[in-house]
Design a protein around this ligand. Structure first.
Ligand code: ADP
Ligand code: MG
Length: 585
C-alpha cells in the first residue's frame, strides 16, 4: 500500500507527498494520537496528493504519516439501513456515545450480528449478473432483495445457497463462481463507492407518472414525476426545510432518504425526535420504518457534507435496484457547493463565477442525472425521485448554484420572499415556478387518465386567472379602488380565492397538510366553478366582502376530512351562496 507524509496543512486540506501510486478519490488515513483520521484524495499532482479531511484535524503537523487505503469512499449496503440516522460518512449516529461524532471515531453503518429472515430466490446452477437478486429478507414493511454485488463483472453461477432461515448479516448465504474459475462467498452486505452511479439497470424511462407530494401547489399546478427531479430555491426563512419535511411526511414512496446537509443542528435533532412518532399516511405504519436520515450539520466538518449527498444518493439507487420507489431529499445543496468552493479555493484552483469551482455545473448535472425511473433485467421498475433545496445568498436566483441547478432539474419551485413575509405558505410562487413534465405527452396522458380528461386545461385556466389577478391588483394599486372598473376587483378577488383556497396549505394541520389527487381535483373544480359563475356586485367593497366569505368556507373545507359531514356542510353552504349545481363530493 502507498504511504505518504503531510507536507502542508490548510484547515482541512492536506498536502501529502506520496511514495507510490494513488487514485483520484482514494481514501487515506492520517495517524493522530492513536486515532486514524479519514481523508479523501481530491487532486493529484505528480507525487503530491491533496486530500480533504473529513474530521477535525487540529494538532496535525507537517511530517505526520499518511496511509493510503487503495479504496474509494464506499458505503455498506444491506438490510438495516432503514430507520437509521447516519452522518455523512455513514457512521450510525445512534450507536455513538453522544449525538455527534468525535475525531477518529467510527461506528459501523450496519450491525453485522443483527439477524434477518433469509429466503433464497434461486437454486444452485442459477446464473446471475450484478444486481440480480438471489435472496430476500423482510426489512420493516419492505422486501429487501439480496443481490449479486454491483461490483461483480460478467456472469456468476450459484454453487451453494443457504436454505430459508434466520442468519446474521455477516453469514455467508451464497457461494458463486464465474467461468474463469474464480469463486466468491456472499454475505447479505455489499459495498459501493458513493461517487459512482449504480448502473445495473436495463434502461431509464421517460417519467410519466405524478409523484404525489400531497401539496396542491405542486401536484396540481406544477407536478413532479416519479423518477423526476426538482429544485427549491429560497432565501433564508422562506420555508425550504418545512416544505421538504412536509413532502417527507406526505409522499407514497416506499423508501425516503432525507439528507440534511449543512443545516442547523437543532433542526436535525428536531427531525430525529419528531419522525419516529409520525405515521406513514400511505401504509399506517411508522414513518421511520421507511426513512433513513443522513445528516451533516453546520457544526460538523465541511468536507463530509459532500460525502453526505453522495451517501444518500447511493442508498437511494440501492433500494431502486430492488424495484422500489425511492424519494431522496437534500437540504441544502448550496451547503454542499460551498464545501466544494472552500476546497477549490484552498487548492488555489482557477475559480469560476463567485469563486465556485469551474466544474460546478458538471458536478451538479452528474448528481441530478443519477435520479430517474429505471427498468431492471427482470422487468421490475424502480425509481429515485430527487428534490433538492438551494439557498441562494440574498435570494438572488442568478447565483451559480441556482443557475447550474436550473439547467438540470426538471421542476422549479421558487420560494418567494414576498409570499413568506405575507405568511402565504407554502411560499411557492405558482406562476414563476414550473414543471417541464407538463410538456411530456406521457405525463399529460397519465393526468388525463388518473385525474380528469381535461385536467391540464383546468390547471392552465387557474394559472391564467392568477396572472390576470396580479395585473388587476397592479392597476388597482396604481389607479385606486374607485377609479378602476368593478371587473378589476373581481379579477383580483378570483386570484385571491385560488391563492387562499387552493395554493395555500397548512403544513401544521393534520388534515390540510396532505391532499389526495382526488381531493385536489374536487377543490380546483369547485374554485373554477365559482370563478366562472357570473356575479353582480354593487361596488368594490361588495366584491371583497363576498369573496372573503367564500374563501372562509373553502378554508373550513380544507380543514375538514374529505367527504366528512363537516366537509359536506361547508360545500352545501358554498352552493347556496353561489346557487351552484350540486357536485357529488
Ligand atoms: P428555510 O429552511 O428556507 O430557512 P424554514 O423552512 O425553516 O425556512 O421556515 C422558516 C419558518 O417559516 C418556519 O419556522 C415556520 O415558522 C414558517 N413556515 C415555513 N413554511 C411554512 C408552512 N408551510 N406553514 C407554516 N409556516 C411555515
Ligand atoms: Mg432550512
Amino acid at each position: 500500500m502507498t504511504k505518504g507524509k503531510i507536507t502542508a496543512i490548510l484547515s482541512n486540506l492536506l498536502q501529502v507527498e506520496v511514495d507510490g501510486p494513488i487514485r483520484q478519490n482514494e481514501i487515506c488515513y492520517v495517524l493522530k494520537a492513536g486515532e486514524e483520521l479519514m481523508a479523501e484524495v481530491i487532486k493529484i499532482n505528480g507525487n503530491i496528493a491533496f486530500a480533504q479531511l473529513f474530521e477535525a484535524g487540529s494538532g496535525l503537523k507537517a511530517g505526520d504519516p499518511v496511509r493510503f487505503s487503495g479504496e474509494l469512499l464506499e458505503v455498506s449496503l444491506g438490510p438495516g439501513l432503514l430507520s437509521k440516522n447516519f452522518d455523512g460518512l455513514q457512521n450510525d449516529l445512534e450507536a455513538m456515545p453522544g449525538s455527534f461524532i468525535q475525531a477518529g471515531q467510527r461506528t459501523p453503518a450496519l450491525d453485522l450480528d443483527e439477524e434477518y429472515e433469509f429466503t433464497p430466490l434461486v437454486e444452485p446452477g442459477a446464473v446471475l449478473e450484478a444486481g440480480d437478486a438471489f435472496g430476500e429478507v423482510p426489512e420493516n414493511a419492505l422486501k429487501h432483495a439480496i443481490m449479486l454485488p454491483f461490483k461483480f463483472e460478467g456472469k456468476w453461477e450459484i454453487i451453494e445457497i443457504a436454505p430459508a432461515g434466520t442468519y446474521p448479516l455477516k453469514h455467508i448465504v451464497a457461494k458463486v463462481k464465474n467461468d474463469k474459475g474464480e469463486s466468491r462467498e456472499l454475505s447479505m452486505v455489499q459495498k459501493w463507492p458513493v461517487k459512482w452511479p449504480i448502473k445495473n439497470y436495463l434502461r431509464k424511462e421517460r417519467p410519466a407518472e405524478i409523484f404525489r407530494t400531497g401539496l396542491r401547489v405542486i401536484d396540481s399546478l406544477n407536478p413532479i414525476a416519479e423518477g423526476g427531479t426538482a429544485y427549491i430555491p429560497g432565501a433564508f426563512g422562506t420555508g425550504k426545510t418545512v416544505l421538504q419535511q412536509a413532502i417527507a411526511k406526505n409522499n407514497r414512496a416506499e423508501v425516503v432518504i432525507l439528507v440534511a446537509c449543512g443545516e442547523r443542528a437543532n433542526e436535525v435533532v428536531e427531525i430525529f425526535h419528531s419522525f419516529p412518532e409520525l405515521e406513514d399516511l400511505a401504509t399506517g405504519r411508522k414513518l421511520k420504518d421507511k426513512t433513513t436520515i443522513v445528516c451533516n450539520t453546520s457544526n460538523m466538518p465541511v468536507a463530509a457534507r459532500e460525502a453526505s449527498v453522495y451517501v444518500g444518493m447511493t442508498m437511494a439507487e440501492y433500494y431502486r435496484s430492488m424495484g422500489h420507489k425511492v424519494l431522496l431529499l437534500a437540504d441544502s445543496t448550496s451547503r454542499w457547493a460551498q464545501a466544494l468552493r472552500e476546497m477549490s479555493n484552498r487548492m488555489e484552483e482557477l475559480p469560476g463565477t463567485d469563486a465556485f469551482p469551474v466544474e460546478l455545473p458538471a458536478v451538479i448535472a452528474n448528481f441530478y442525472g443519477r435520479a430517474g425511473k429505471v427498468e431492471m433485467r427482470n422487468g421490475t421498475k424502480g425509481s429515485v425521485t430527487f428534490l433538492g433545496t438551494v439557498s441562494p445568498a440574498g435570494g438572488n436566483f442568478k447565483e451559480p448554484v441556482t443557475e447550474s441547478t436550473s439547467k438540470v432539474a426538471r421542476c422549479f419551485y421558487a420560494l418567494s420572499q414576498k409570499r413568506a413575509d405575507a405568511k402565504r405558505y407554502p411560499a411557492i410562487d405558482p406562476l414563476q415556478s414550473y414543471s417541464r413534465y407538463l410538456d411530456y405527452e406521457e405525463f399529460q396522458a397519465f393526468a388525463a387518465k388518473n385525474i380528469e380528461s381535461d385536467w391540464i386545461e383546468k390547471v392552465n385556466r387557474a394559472k391564467n386567472l392568477l396572472s390576470k389577478g396580479i395585473e388587476a391588483r397592479d392597476q388597482i394599486s396604481i389607479l385606486g379602488d374607485d377609479s378602476v372598473p368593478l371587473d378589476y376587483h373581481r379579477d383580483f378577488w378570483k386570484s385571491e380565492l385560488i391563492d387562499f383556497a387552493f395554493i395555500q396549505q397548512d403544513s401544521f394541520d393534520d388534515t390540510d397538510m396532505n391532499s389526495s389527487l382526488e381531493r385536489q381535483s374536487f377543490m380546483l373544480n369547485r374554485v373554477l366553478d365559482i370563478c366562472d359563475k357570473p356575479q353582480e356586485f354593487e361596488d368594490f367593497s361588495a366584491v371583497s366582502a363576498f369573496y372573503k366569505k367564500v374563501i372562509n368556507l373553502f378554508k373550513q373545507m380544507n380543514y375538514s376530512d374529505f367527504e366528512s359531514d363537516d366537509f359536506q356542510k361547508f360545500n352545501t353552504e358554498l352552493e347556496a351562496l353561489f346557487n351552484l349545481q350540486s357536485t357529488e363530493a
